[in-house]
Design a protein around this ligand. Structure first.
Ligand code: PMP
Length: 444
């Protein structure tokens, strides 16, 4: 039995099957969101009696709440080894919010550098926020979907002094590939650019170190979300040099961020407070910091090796299933616990429905907010995708993704492999049962 299993809430929850019976659900959709730790639940419950207004209150509870909120920043800094003096931890809603904030801030102090270098591997959150503010180009991937460092080098040369920022995901939410962010940092800094790492998929799964100034391998900006690391939705962070935020307008404006305001003038607070307009998500922050304390205690290297062994176990068993096709190159590059696949003849939506109704297994299917990357992996052109989108009768292509948390166990993988094998040899039965005119669900 996995020793981390009892740490998370809900692993024994029963879910309904198609035949009306119930089974203990399996969650293989951890790349989307993870269930919370029990320690998070407890810490939030213990904190609630002390929950109060923060920053301005002089009451005892207010002071305690403020202290918890502020102390969280140092715990987060230590977790990713941010620079204690240079960096500020700005509390945000999630990674998307963090990247929008960074895009807004950097677009204000353009210094002749008007290019953001993103990649083909990005989630829409690390692509769209840059588009209307910078000229964006995308570092290519090879036929397995791995980021091409040769293309990165070529693009750094091509744009020379024009690159303001390299913005890259730490790990792909589709293929699980872990990018060599420190090598990329050295290369970006060598061109005078800064680097932002979208840590949404990296920070929950392996140790991240933002520093390494001597070899120029440091990470300038890092963003991530609590809900992918065993705390609930609603809180995240953007970490970066305070000086950058000092010189820019906050992208959201209102209360809490001003020392003094007259109708003529505004005197801003210092970052990070300057960048946190409005009443904050105090409980969300307490939960996020609590999850980080638990992860620190169990050790990110242990979390990584646990998930790696799940990945290897699953891939080794899945590869002999008939008609299965994997995307990416499992086992050939450092990866987080993600396996993207399809089974020939079974549409991805139908596959995820069958897994749920027949075996109580939750997976994700589709494009995972990474359209250009999935198009490339699936071999469709943007034009073909546009036509499919506009055709109401088309079955939109996509991928099935399983993604592990450190609490998943081998028995759950065995259940997945068992049902996949059954589907593979009884495709017609399952397709008729769940789809089309005779099917019960007509899944598209
Ligand atoms: N980047 C990556 C790589 C992601 O996987 C996700 C979430 N799927 C995001 C960004 C966005 O995270 P959030 O929805 O928490 O803002």
């Amino acid at each position: 039995k996995n020793k981390y299993r009892d740490m998370v809430v809900g692993v024994n929850a029963k879910v309904p099957l198609d035949d009306g019976t119930y089974i203990t659900g399996v969650n293989f959709d951890n790349a989307a969101t993870t269930p919370p730790f029990y320690s998070v639940e407890k810490e939030v419950r213990d904190f609630l009696p002390w929950y109060s207004s923060i920053h301005r209150g002089r009451g005892y509870k207010s002071m305690l709440s403020t202290e918890a909120f502020e102390a969280g920043r140092d715990i987060i800094k230590r977790f990713v080894n941010a620079d204690s003096k240079r960096d500020v931890v700005i509390y945000t809603k999630n990674t998307t919010d963090s990247i929008n904030m960074l895009a807004s801030v950097l677009s204000q102090n353009k210094d002749g550098r008007d290019v953001v270098l993103s990649t083909w591997m990005e989630h829409a959150s690390n692509d769209l926020p840059w588009r209307d503010k910078f000229f964006v180009d995308y570092v290519g991937v090879d036929k397995f979907g791995r980021l091409s460092l040769e293309d990165f080098e070529a693009k750094l040369k091509k744009y020379k002094d024009r690159i303001r920022l390299v913005s890259v995901t730490g790990a792909s939410n589709v293929t699980g590939y872990i990018n060599d962010i420190h090598k990329m940092a050295v290369m970006a800094h060598g061109s005078g650019a800064q680097i932002h790492v979208d840590g949404a998929q990296l920070v929950p799964h392996m140790a991240v170190d933002m520093q390494d100034f001597e070899s120029a391998a440091h990470i300038d900006y890092l963003s991530f979300s609590a809900h992918k690391m065993y705390a609930p939705y609603g809180s995240g962070v953007l970490i970066g040099p305070g000086a950058v935020f000092e010189n820019c307008l906050p992208y959201s404006q209102g209360g809490s961020i001003i020392k003094l305001v007259t109708h003529e003038r505004i005197w801003w607070e210092e970052p990070p407070q300057k960048n946190e307009a409005g009443s904050p998500n105090l409980i969300g922050t307490v939960a996020m910091v609590s999850a980080i304390k638990t992860l620190s205690k169990l050790g990110m290297d242990n979390a990584f090796s646990q998930e790696k062994s799940l990945l290897e176990y699953a891939y080794n068993k899945m590869k002999s299933i008939p008609d299965i096709k994997f995307y990416g190159h499992p086992g050939k590059q450092e990866m987080i616990g993600v396996i993207p696949f399809n089974m020939e003849g079974v549409h991805h939506s139908l596959m995820s429905a069958i897994l749920s109704y027949e075996a109580g297994i939750a997976v994700r299917n589709g494009y995972f907010c990474s359209h250009p990357y999935c198009e490339k992996l699936l071999g469709y052109s943007p034009k073909e995708m546009e036509e499919l989108m506009n055709d109401p009768d088309s079955l939109f292509p996509g991928i099935v993704r399983i993604s592990f948390g450190l609490y998943n166990d081998y028995g759950e993988i065995d259940r997945l492999v068992y049902i996949l094998n059954r589907i593979a040899v009884n495709k017609k039965y399952y397709i008729d049962k769940y789809n089309g005119s005779r099917g019960r669900y007509n899944i598209k």
